[in-house]
Design a protein. Structure first.
Length: 396
């Protein structure tokens, strides 16, 4: 009897998370607000839609442009501190301030020593002044911008080498930043006062951390994929999706692996309510997985759609939204029969049942997804010509 009981416990532990019975919904049209060539990121601050781009002048700078829900310009801001600076991730705090994280450089000045021997110049050629040399992008930099475009603060931490930032998350206790340094994923925490902690490595180059959620106690939850043993948990598929909880110091506290037999999985996006989206690739089949987790990384519901693999998910006013690149008909969505990759946004209730769907034949894969109570869902997606465009689903 004990053996039977043990088998029952194991079977329950390994049972897949619940998938709600889906009723058919009719697809509605996504509203395209405007095209924004060069836009790389998007943030929503109250009634403002803010796109972020990298621009080149004498140095590499950061350009922010804000419009309202109708696409009318509100303000523009260029961050130019006199050195090269690139923003790579963005988020918005509870006061609607926009936070950017990236890397900047320190200018290296050409030598001004006077030559001891004067060179002959019979043709009286005027020599051009030596240009300043651009330094490596090895200064981790965080910018705080007000809802109206004022640069409120800049925080920096010197690194030995250039790096990349994949995601940032902010709350009252500070910021959590994840990225890549020396081909290894890292976590960098910053206090609310702007003090940086010691940077922590998360695995090796065999692990990728795509997104981070900072917890109220200063710990962090990290999401991505891995092909190595991580936190004592071994690889199960070709590549497993991973959910990693770290302590305040950045030490790995626990790891949950999402695997598919002979499959490639990765989590691409996550929000503070632990609504996650990612891809599942098995053979020639690619799907987007949308899953709602508890704080202990137990799935409460999940659903998959055939897709290109690119997706973003977010929660707004208790409602779950997922945007993906869809390239085939979906039985539970009437009127949706794309012949190529097209943007699809699906809306779910608290139990994971679809309540509505929105699609666009003009847009393809999502790049970003954001929410505000004033605007509803706002996103950035690729246009038909592969340039970025802002789209919107009005607040309900």
């Amino acid at each position: 009897m004990k053996r039977i009981a043990l088998l029952l416990v194991i079977s329950v532990a390994l049972a897949p998370s619940a998938q709600a019975v889906q009723k058919k919904v009719a697809v509605k049209k996504v509203t395209t607000v405007l095209s924004v060539p060069g836009a790389e990121m998007l943030a929503v601050s109250g009634s403002s839609i803010i796109t972020i781009a990298t621009v080149d002048s004498q140095t590499t700078d950061i350009a922010l442009s804000a419009v309202n829900g109708a696409g009318v310009s509100l303000w523009q801001k260029v961050i130019d501190s006199g050195v090269d600076e690139v923003a790579m991730a963005t988020t918005v705090d509870g006061a609607a301030n926009v936070w950017l994280a990236g890397f900047s450089s320190q200018v290296k000045i050409a030598s001004t020593e006077t030559a001891s021997v004067i060179a002959e110049n019979p043709d009286a050629i005027t020599l051009e002044a030596a240009e300043e040399l651009r330094g490596d992008l090895n200064v981790l930099t965080v910018w705080k911008i007000s809802p109206v475009g004022e640069l409120l603060a800049t925080y920096t931490s010197q690194y030995d080498l250039p790096g990349l930032i994949n995601s940032i998350s902010v709350n009252k206790s500070g910021l959590s930043i994840v990225g890549v340094l020396s081909e290894k994923p890292f976590l960098q925490n910053m206090s609310a006062a702007g003090e940086f902690s010691q940077q922590a490595s998360i695995g090796t180059s065999k692990t990728t951390i795509n997104t981070v959620v900072r917890n109220s106690d200063g710990s962090s939850s990290l999401f991505g994929s891995s092909t190595e043993t991580l936190g004592g948990k071994k690889l199960a598929g070709v590549r497993d999706g991973v959910l990693v909880k770290t302590s305040k110091s950045g030490a790995i506290a626990s790891v949950v692996r999402s695997s598919a037999i002979k499959g490639d999985r990765s989590w691409l996006s996550a929000d503070s309510s632990l609504l996650l989206s990612g891809y599942v690739k098995v053979g020639k089949t690619t799907e987007t997985a949308i899953t709602k987790f508890t704080s202990t990384f137990v799935p409460t519901w999940t659903i998959r759609f055939a897709s290109t693999g690119q997706s973003r998910a977010i929660t707004g006013a208790g409602i779950s939204y997922a945007a993906m690149g869809s390239k085939s008909a979906i039985a539970s969505i009437t009127g949706w029969k794309p012949s190529k990759a097209q943007l699809l946004v699906v809306v779910f209730d608290a139990k994971g049942a679809m309540t509505s769907a929105f699609g666009s034949s003009e847009l393809s894969e999502p790049l970003a997804l954001a929410y505000s109570k004033e605007l509803g869902i706002v996103g950035l997606a690729l246009n038909a010509d592969q340039s970025p465009a802002v789209f919107r689903i009005a607040a309900r």
